[in-house]
Design a protein around this ligand. Structure first.
Ligand code: NAP
Ligand code: ZN
Length: 351
């Protein structure tokens, strides 16, 4: 085992603070990665505060990881020291079930191993995430970073990017689609950029009037203030597809009302019981409410390559890891512009 520096928390009501993180000796298919940047996802906050009631403490979050390969196990063929790579939310899965065989490891029937707060499939230890100096990941789950991308802005692609790319692709958003994005945070701003890049007509649906100018700069053609009842009414039966990134339970009826016949409302934010909804518009106009979870490894690589080709990158606010608790407070206040990314260099500097 190798001990490296990280940031984590011992309990739901404690701030993040320096912790020692154990990283395993390399198995034959393992890749050891020197972490350079790690994005901050709202999921990190959910887990740190035990909002999903499954946190195993102490926990070290972080599943938007970018860095350089340090060393590889004896059987690794696709990576070598020095390669620039990324790791998202997944670090392992059974590789044999129907979902894994269809490149949908996120839906692994025996439960995919998450980058943090999961049990390692070999030794049962609890996985620790990217708020740390380095990480060890089996090669199938390591992604290649296109050489032309600004490395300091790549990390959010492997969670916020793929979580929005995958449903846009699955529900075949393209030129002519009328797309709504609910919630302008980390996921929402990537959804704007990607839906715009796919040629859709894009509307930001936000609770924050002050975000209109940014939404337009990020790719929205229109801005709909969800608190403005008259504006919501005027947009009824308008959208083919709405991607909902709101992190907590909220009424769905006002969003279903915005869908046109056969439209899809896809949830990627809240994973908790929602307030009841009215089935009448689903029946009456064949509308759908669905959900989506990150994306498989093959699709995540496809997304990275797409972003490389079209130079699609998140808007990042770089922080030092010492400022992580303040970043969490700002995330709670809807004050993210539009993804925090931790620069790991200062953590490594004071050895
Ligand atoms: P974020 O940066 O905090 O952004 C969330 C945005 O939602 C806020 O900026 C705000 O935008 C809006 N919002 C917040 N509270 C709201 C409320 N009560 N009612 C209505 N709107 C509200 O969060 P994120 O990192 O994008 O993550 C969003 C959610 O996705 C989290 O729950 C996260 O755990 C989840 N997630 C899911 C997946 C998946 O695979 N399905 C992957 C990653 C993350 P406005 O100011 O514009 O209203
Ligand atoms: Zn995430």
């Amino acid at each position: 085992m190798i001990t490296v520096k990280g940031y984590g928390t011992p309990a739901f009501d404690k701030p993040l603070a320096p912790v020692a993180v154990l990283r395993r000796e390399l198995r034959p298919h393992d890749v050891r990665i020197d972490i350079q940047f790690c994005g901050i996802c709202h999921s990190d906050l959910h887990v740190v505060r035990n909002e999903w009631h499954n946190t195993i403490y102490p926990t070290v979050p972080g599943h938007e990881i970018v860095g350089r390969v340090l060393e590889v196990g004896g059987h690794v063929k696709s990576f070598k020291p020095g390669d620039m790579v990324a790791v998202g939310c997944l670090v392992d899965s059974c590789m044999t079930c129907a979902s894994c065989k269809e490149d949908l490891e996120q839906f692994c029937e025996s439960g995919a191993t998450q980058t943090y707060n999961s049990k390692d499939r070999v030794d049962g230890s609890v996985t620790k995430g990217g708020y740390s100096e380095s990480v060890v990941v089996t090669e199938h789950f390591v992604l290649r970073v296109p050489g032309n991308l600004d490395i300091s802005r790549v990390a959010p692609l492997v969670c916020a990017g793929i979580t929005t790319y995958s449903p846009l692709r699955h529900w075949k958003v393209g030129p002519g689609s009328k797309v709504g994005v609910v919630g302008l945070g980390g996921l929402g701003h990537m959804a704007l950029k990607l839906a715009h890049a796919f040629g859709a007509d894009v509307t930001m649906i936000s609770t924050s009037p002050g975000k209109e100018a940014d939404a337009r700069r990020l790719g929205a053609h229109h801005f709909l203030l969800s608190k403005d009842e008259a504006a919501m009414k005027a947009s009824a039966n308008h959208f083919d597809f709405i991607l909902d990134t709101v992190p907590s339970g909220h009424p769905l009826d006002p969003l279903v009302a915005l869908l046109k016949r056969d439209g899809d409302l896809v949830l990627v934010g809240a994973i908790e019981p929602m307030p009841g909804f009215n089935a009448a518009p689903l029946v009456g106009l064949r509308k759908t409410i669905a959900g989506s979870l990150i994306g498989g490894i093959k699709e995540t690589q496809e997304m990275l390559d797409f972003c490389g080709k079209h130079n699609v990158l998140p808007d990042c606010e770089m922080i030092a890891i010492q400022d992580i608790n303040e970043a969490y407070e700002r995330m709670i206040r809807n004050d993210v512009k539009y993804r925090f990314v931790i620069d790991m260099a200062p953590l490594k500097a004071n050895h």
